[in-house]
Design a protein. Structure first.
Length: 360
């Protein structure tokens, strides 16, 4: 296992980190298909990763990640708290709520988190997080009190991560990206501000879908080829730990068009790398709609359709009425966005049936 500097924190983290979603027990919205590991099973899987060199473990507050936070606390006590770095997070945007969330996390863990993130910050909650008295102020205060080690912002949106990169209160960032959805990583590579922060990257396997198409070592190397600190991978079995944390031989990273060519064996993929440059004047998250379209054909049929059903008809209607279509000029790939949105709407109308647990 190799290690990288975590921005200006002074910490050194394993290039691959342990994502704890798969070790939770109980059905929670974040993981429709869960492993349902007992405490002892979960601790055994975490220890297998540790023995292979992993020192960063990423979790989130109960109940968002089920009991994973509690299990990680037990693991820290077993293995020796000083031997691992704990990354924790909570989806609270108000300062008072975040302050209480960290207190609860500390109780669940039985220790403090080394990194604590405001989780899944989006445009609707951005100002609440960054404003005076918001979640970042609360985390900064908790850092000064010694309740946490460093302050973080986690988001799937480039503009929000860029704002975090500019903010002196923020020590670490957590974003998403992979071999297919590399657009945000490409933009981060070109922006010097990101080099001043520690950066964790999740969704390396694209919700577990990409290992069906590419070797795990290629998926990891693709993310680690960017100036990031750690690639986070969800681990639920010792076999998955071996695949992620054992040493790998360097392999050639396929270009974006090569990735599309591999995917085209099963469907016609959209040449969208989620760069997030396209902005709809009506509020449609075009890159998210395109992601769900890709995921539908890659194996997440019902889950992707259910997500698409939340607003796709309205988006298609806006596309029909839109006369300016600024998204067309914004898209580097030249995708005929309005046409694709309407096509995806038709797909949902054909396949999605809310009263069933499967499409068709």
């Amino acid at each position: 296992m190799k290690y990288r500097r975590l921005g200006g924190t002074g910490l050194s983290v394993s290039e691959v980190g342990f994502g704890t979603i798969p070790i939770l027990r109980g059905s929670v919205p974040v993981l429709p298909e869960y492993y349902n590991l007992s405490d002892e099973e979960a601790l055994s899987v975490m220890e297998s990763a540790y023995r292979l060199g992993c020192n960063l473990y990423d979790t989130a507050i109960v109940p968002e990640y089920g009991d994973a936070e509690i299990k990680l606390g037990k693991f820290a006590a077993r293995i020796g708290r000083e031997n691992i770095i704990i990354s924790d997070k909570a989806r609270f945007f108000d300062g008072n709520e975040m302050y209480l969330a960290v207190k609860t996390s500390s109780e669940n863990l039985g220790t403090r988190a080394d990194l604590y993130f405001v989780h899944q910050v989006d445009a609707a909650h951005e100002e609440a997080v960054f404003q005076k008295g918001g979640a970042l102020d609360a985390l900064s205060e908790l850092k000064q009190e010694g309740m946490i080690g460093f302050v973080g912002v986690a988001s799937h949106y480039y503009d929000i991560l860029l704002r975090g990169a500019r903010d002196r209160r923020v020590d670490v960032l957590q974003g998403s990206g992979n071999l297919l959805e590399r657009g945000m990583l490409e933009r981060m590579r070109r922006e010097p501000l990101f080099r001043e922060k520690g950066i964790l990257i999740n969704k390396v396997y694209a919700a577990g879908l990409l290992p069906e198409y590419f070797p795990v070592e290629t998926l990891l190397e693709a993310v680690l080829s960017y100036p990031v600190s750690c690639a986070l991978v969800g681990i639920g079995t010792t076999q998955q730990a071996r695949m992620a944390f054992c040493s790998h031989n360097s392999s050639e990273i396929p270009g974006f068009n090569e990735v599309l060519s591999v995917l085209s064996r099963d469907f016609t993929p959209l040449p969208c790398d989620r760069c997030q440059r396209c902005v709809c004047p009506h509020g449609t998250e075009i890159h998210t709609v395109f992601r769900q379209y890709q995921y539908f054909f890659m194996g997440k049929e019902y889950w992707a359709l259910r997500k698409l059903d939340m607003g796709i008809r309205q988006s298609a209607d806006w596309c029909r009425k839109c006369t300016e279509m600024p998204c067309l000029a914004m898209c580097p790939a030249g995708i005929r966005i309005p046409d694709q949105i309407r096509k995806i709407c038709r797909l949902v109308e054909i396949y999605y049936h809310p009263d069933k647990n499967f499409p068709g």
